[in-house]
Design a protein around this ligand. Structure first.
Ligand SMILES: *[C@@H]1O[C@H](CO)[C@@H](O)[C@H](O)[C@H]1NC(C)=O
Ligand SMILES: *[C@@H]1O[C@H](CO)[C@@H](O)[C@H](O)[C@H]1NC(C)=O
Ligand SMILES: *[C@@H]1O[C@H](CO)[C@@H](O)[C@H](O)[C@H]1NC(C)=O
Ligand SMILES: *[C@@H]1O[C@H](CO)[C@@H](O)[C@H](O)[C@H]1NC(C)=O
Length: 419
């Protein structure tokens, strides 16, 4: 071994030791052990890590990646997501006729050939959802902003929806209005990231709502930079490669109705001030508005669903700030063409998907997905909600959310878009 080579090796070892120290003193996550008794994905469509021989720095980082890679892989290699799926196709108990699943297939579907398959078993269903996602990410006939950028080009602040659980090796991308409160609760229980009088929460439902939605509760990717500095992207990529990544989605138009119902039909001070009042000024020709939402409601001043749609379509809206997360497109929240999700759950099949996912993560004995008693927005209401929305607006709105429809296999709502 030549001297410079030896020197580089020492440098590399030094970096690795630093990273190890960081890992050992993993703050906030509660524990330092890295046991990954979870299914791990092998397939990954991320940009390959730097290859050796392209300059000092790259060589060092690739040595480091390799080392961390081995570290994280040891002892966790035996399970493989796709293998497991084919071995245990019966994981989804077919006892429930899954009525909600019907909602997904009632409408004519022009993008994907797989709608004929209405009751695939659970593993097959996941394989299909992921294959639809992958094929449309690769298909240039579907274009949308940010589609072609790489993971490295995603700014940190756009990674704020990716919640990491290092204890089980899980990454969850939360999408507001898609059961995210309960999934965040599950992530808190799994990662033990929140204590209740000194002990970690064990029951998701015991965690108060306001603590669930406090961003300081969760370890998210956007916090990596402050914590791990120049190693943050490497750590993210390694975790993305090794951990099980999941998200939950729902029909995009139904999600919009749901967002409208919860933020504008109920009294919400923050959303009144930030969004409803400006909408009333711009789209309802109201000049003097009360300062509080309760006064506005009692004066009959409420934004209509049409005002809301007009706001979404207004090209000025995003000049001020990006869409609020409750109506921001899933492809902008979760980067599904840059991150190779292992599991794509749907709200329309929430109960089955939740059970299947927890089994897959091997935590089904430890945590149960909380049942939902809320009055969920149903797809069947769509026609009523859109009845007063002009056809031209509906078509523009579809264009705005088309990527979410297509990537996640939701049929184009032809009945709303025809004359
Ligand atoms: C891309 O999508 C379009 C529209 O569904 C389809 O017609 C076409 O065959 C796809 N191309 C490839 C290469 O899959
Ligand atoms: C979020 O939690 C942190 C730490 O527990 C607390 O200091 C902060 O006030 C909370 N924020 C909100 C908005 O409740
Ligand atoms: C807006 O309201 C004012 C007075 O309330 C009225 O004079 C004006 O014509 C209205 N403008 C539109 C476009 O409706
Ligand atoms: C659910 O909400 C809809 C509309 O907001 C309402 O018409 C319906 O009565 C509610 N159902 C229940 C069971 O609360």
């Amino acid at each position: 071994m030549t001297k410079p080579r030896l020197f580089r090796l020492w440098l590399a070892l030094g970096s690795v030791l630093m990273v190890l120290l960081i890992i050992v003193y993993w703050d906030n996550v509660g524990t330092a052990h890295f046991y990954l008794h979870t299914s791990l994905s092998r397939t990954h469509a991320l940009a390959p890590l730097p290859t050796p021989g392209q300059g000092e720095d790259k060589e060092l980082t690739s040595d480091m990646d390799e080392f961390l890679d081995k570290l994280l892989t040891s002892g966790a290699k035996q399970s493989d997501f796709s293998k497991k799926k084919t071995e245990q196709p019966q994981v989804l108990a077919p006892s429930k006729p899954a009525q909600s699943r019907m909602e997904e297939s009632v409408r004519g579907y022009d993008w994907s050939p797989q709608s004929a398959q209405q009751h695939p078993d659970a593993g097959q269903q996941q394989a299909e959802r992921r294959s639809v996602l992958r094929s449309f990410c690769a298909n240039s006939s579907l274009a949308f902003p940010t589609k072609e950028r790489s993971f490295d080009d995603i700014p940190n602040y756009e990674l704020n929806h990716l919640i990491v659980d290092d204890r089980h090796g899980v990454i969850y991308c939360y999408v507001p209005k898609v059961a995210c409160t309960n999934w965040k609760r599950v992530m808190i229980v799994l990662s033990e990231s929140l204590l209740d009088r000194g002990a970690p929460y064990r029951d998701p439902l015991e965690i108060p709502r306001e603590r669930v939605h406090n961003t300081s509760t969760h370890l998210t990717f956007n916090k990596f930079w402050r914590r791990y500095g120049r190693f943050s992207r490497h750590l993210m990529k390694i975790k993305l490669k090794k951990y099980t990544k999941f998200l939950f989605v729902r029909d995009p138009f139904v999600r919009l109705i749901s967002a409208f119902r919860s933020k504008f039909e109920l009294e919400n001070e923050e959303f009144y001030r930030k969004f409803a009042a400006p909408m009333l000024r711009l789209y309802a020709n109201r000049t003097s508005l009360p300062t509080s939402v309760s006064e506005a409601f009692s004066a009959g001043l409420k934004v209509t669903f049409a005002n809301f749609i007009q706001y979404l379509l207004d090209p000025h809206t995003e000049k001020l700030a990006p869409f609020n997360e409750h109506w921001r497109q899933v492809y902008r929240l979760c980067h599904p063409c840059q991150i190779d999700y292992d599991f794509v759950g749907k709200l329309e099949t929430l109960d089955e998907d939740a059970a299947q996912l927890l089994r897959l993560l091997k935590v089904d004995a430890q945590v149960h997905f909380p049942p939902s008693y809320r009055n969920r927005t149903a797809s069947s209401w769509e026609e009523d909600w859109f009845a007063k929305i002009p056809l031209a607006w509906r078509r523009q709105l579809y264009k705005l959310y088309e990527a979410d429809f297509v990537l996640f296999g939701y049929p184009k709502p032809e009945h709303l878009l025809r004359d």
